[in-house]
Design a protein around this ligand. Sequence first.
Ligand code: SF4
Length: 228
Amino acid sequence: MYAFYGPRGWWPVRTKAGIPGFDSRGYHKGDYSLPQSPGEVFEIVTGAILTQNTSWKNVEKTIEELKQKDMLSPHALAGSDPGDIARLIRSSGYYNQKTKKLINTSLYFLKEKFLETSLSPGRTGLLSVWGIGPETADSILLYAFGEPFFVVDAYTKRLLTRLGCISGNESYDEVQKYFTARKKIPEALPLVHYYNEYHALIVEHAKQHCRKNPICPGCPVKRICRYG
Ligand code: SF4
C-alpha cells in the first residue's frame, strides 16, 4: 500500500495549510517531525476528538472556526460557555457530546500540564477521561505524542476481515494485538513512523478501493485478499 499510495503526511495540521512544507489541507508528506509546538499538539488532540463519527472534511471546517475565534487551546475551551463551544463545533456533529469531551480533555491537560512539560498523558490516563476511547487515545498518543500505538478503526477491521486475517467480531484490543504481533518493519524505519503510515494508508485504501462496496480491480493488495 505504501508503494501504491505513497506517504500520507499524517496527522494533518490544518492551521499550517498552504505554508511551505504543508499542502493545501495541512498534510506534510514524509515529514515526521510534527507536531513541533504545544499548539500543534493540542490541535491534533482536538481533531482526534472531533473526528469521532464524522468525516475529516467537517473537522477541518471546525478547526478553522475554533482557530479564528482563538478557541484552539485548553485554556480557551475549559473557560468557555459550553453553548458557545457547541455552536462553534456544530459542523462536526454530535456537538453537545463533543463539547463535553473537549472541555473534559482540556481540564485534564491543564491539570496535568501535558502541553507545558511535553509529558505524555499515557494510554491509561487518556482512557480515564470521559469521551476518550481506545481509538481516540491511540490516535492522540501516536500522532500528537509520537508514541508507537497502532490505531484500529472500522476501516482496519473491514480490511483485515476481507483479507481473511480476522473474523470481524474481535474487540479493539484483540485486533490491535493481532496487528502488532505480526508487524514487519522495514529496516531503519522507526516503529512510530511505521504505525503512522500504516494507519493512514489503511484509511486511504478504504476510501479509494476497500469501500463498503469494494472496488477490487486495481487494488494493490488483491493478490493476498480472500474476498477479492
Ligand atoms: S481486493 Fe477488494 S476486498 Fe480485498 S482489499 Fe482490495 S478492495 Fe478490499
